[in-house]
Design a protein around this ligand. Structure first.
Ligand SMILES: [Zn+2]
Length: 500
């Protein structure tokens, strides 16, 4: 026994220890290498942080840690709550204040009819004596709460003056607001999301082409975005002829020249503000109608090459036609662009779905599709992911929209995390903030930062992607990036001061 102990003491332990040490260190080396190899595949691997950015990174990490600690101690179920439930918590958080200070660059994915605050819509619409609201049960033509402008004497049955209705019925303003917003009260209630979603658009559809209102609507929308430090906007724009009662209908071009005037107005206070329009039509239309739409889009692009950046098809992917069913149109589009010398890139919504039977992401992989709207089910198509990464296409991610429309509940499980870690470039977007009851882009960044455990490197890459993958021309992009760089450095300095 003593001999054995002597052996162990003299030889065994040191030997065993040495062996263990070698094994541990080589295992640990492999582990560290693997960790680095994974990080090197991430979308933000090329970003190197300055000293002050690293400082901010540590502070933001602590801020999130504290926030999660606080919610846990108050037993707030942050992962199983809807955006609507968490909105007050978000607004009262220090993190939200900091993210509001952060420049966001561009908003690449939003829709006409979804950009401007619904409360403002009601307050402003009621100022027009020619504004009416439908206060009868839904029928084939109109739905309850639908807003519209009419000339005196030409008001359809069932419509009443909006201002009078709001004055005579104290509860109606709240009721109408609820009818314009889509919310998930909690993550368990059943909602027929897309039916309800589309009703929200129908309620304001007749309001937006009325030229005086249209001008105010976009000015307000842009001002809110600029306030939230967004200096470039790309709208999926569904064109409708503007009109007023003195002149009647205006040609489609008027929409663009009016928007250009609004941008000019914006530039008086936000000199870098810019706008591009993505001509949008609908997936539920047939191939012939899409051909017609593509022709109109090209015609507008020819007249306004700096304003029309591309083409998209929107609406519920589960209910509409597949992108593949429009093959004939995409071939024709190639012929038309070759002939005219104009480029008309696609910015299709694709993969806004949880189903592998929706194969729209295959089409956006193959087509000249620069950016992909949503791409939620892309993670189930690994070869497409690979090609999209290799071809430098960007996925426009809208986390809050995805939760409101029922694609993701616990935002920790958002597919964008898989995309980002696999090196697919993304940007953060708000899609239809007015329908979801908020303004700006800070809310979406808040949920992405908290739920996806982002760091400053990731935030910076997401923000700069929004300009680098925008439709701005080479020149415009250069200026925009320069401006963003200055803004970013200011932000890092200010945020570091705020978080002392
Ligand atoms: Zn969208």
């Amino acid at each position: 026994m003593r001999k054995y102990l002597t052996y162990i003491l003299m030889l065994g332990f040191p030997l065993l220890g040495a062996q263990k040490k070698i094994e541990k260190s080589s295992y640990q080396q492999d582990w560290t290498q693997l960790d680095k190899a994974n990080q090197a595949l991430s979308f933000d691997a090329d970003i190197k942080l300055s000293e002050s950015e690293q400082m901010l990174d540590k502070k933001l990490f602590q801020l999130r840690k504290q926030l999660l600690h606080d919610t846990e101690s108050k037993r707030i179920s942050i992962y199983n709550s809807s955006f609507n439930e968490l909105k007050p918590l978000i607004e009262n958080s220090k993190l939200f204040n900091i993210l509001q200070l952060m420049p966001k660059g561009g908003l690449l994915h939003t829709h006409s009819g979804g950009v401007t605050d619904a409360k403002w819509i009601i307050a402003n619409a009621r100022k027009y004596k020619e504004c009416y609201v439908y206060d009868q049960k839904d029928n084939d033509q109109f739905i309850f709460g639908q807003l519209a402008f009419f000339e005196a004497g030409k008001v359809p049955k069932g419509f009443v003056s909006l201002d009078q209705k709001l004055n005579s019925n104290a509860g109606f303003e709240k009721e109408l607001l609820e009818l314009l917003l889509l919310k998930r009260d909690n993550l368990c209630t059943y909602t027929d999301y897309w039916i309800e979603f589309e009703k929200r658009f129908k309620r304001i559809n007749l309001l937006l082409p009325y030229r005086p209102f249209f001008k105010e609507y976009y000015l307000k929308g842009f001002q809110d975005l600029a306030k939230d430090k967004v200096h470039h906007v790309e709208i999926r724009y569904v064109f409708d002829e503007l009109y007023d009662f003195q002149h009647g209908k205006y040609p489609l071009e008027k929409t663009i020249t009016d928007l250009q005037d609004i941008v000019k107005q914006m530039r008086q206070t936000e000199p870098q503000f810019s706008l591009k329009l993505i001509y949008s039509s609908f997936k539920f239309l047939d191939s012939d109608s899409i051909e017609n739409q593509l022709e109109i889009a090209l015609k507008l692009k020819k007249k306004f090459p700096d304003m029309i950046s591309g083409f998209d098809l929107v609406a519920d992917e589960a209910a509409g036609n597949s992108i593949n069913s429009f093959q004939k149109n995409w071939t024709k589009l190639n012929e038309m662009t070759a002939k005219s010398g104009l480029e008309m890139p696609l910015f299709l919504h694709a993969g806004e779905s949880n189903s592998i039977f929706n194969k729209n992401v295959l089409d956006v992989t193959l087509l000249n599709n620069k950016r992909i709207g949503h791409g939620l089910n892309l993670i189930y198509f690994p070869k497409s992911m690979e090609l999209i990464r290799e071809n430098g296409k960007l996925v426009e991610v809208s986390p809050i929209s995805n939760q409101v429309l029922g694609y993701v509940s616990d935002l920790r499980n958002h597919p964008a995390r898989v995309l980002l870690n696999n090196g697919i470039q993304c940007s953060i977007n708000s899609d239809d903030p007015s329908v979801y009851g908020y303004e700006g882009l800070s809310y979406d960044f808040w949920v992405a930062f908290v739920y996806w455990e982002l760091d400053v490197k990731a935030l910076k890459k997401l923000v700069f992607n929004s300009i680098n993958y925008s439709s701005l021309s080479k020149n415009e992009k250069q200026q925009s990036i320069q401006y963003l760089n200055t803004q970013w450095n200011d932000f890092v300095q200010k945020a570091n001061q705020e978080l002392k």
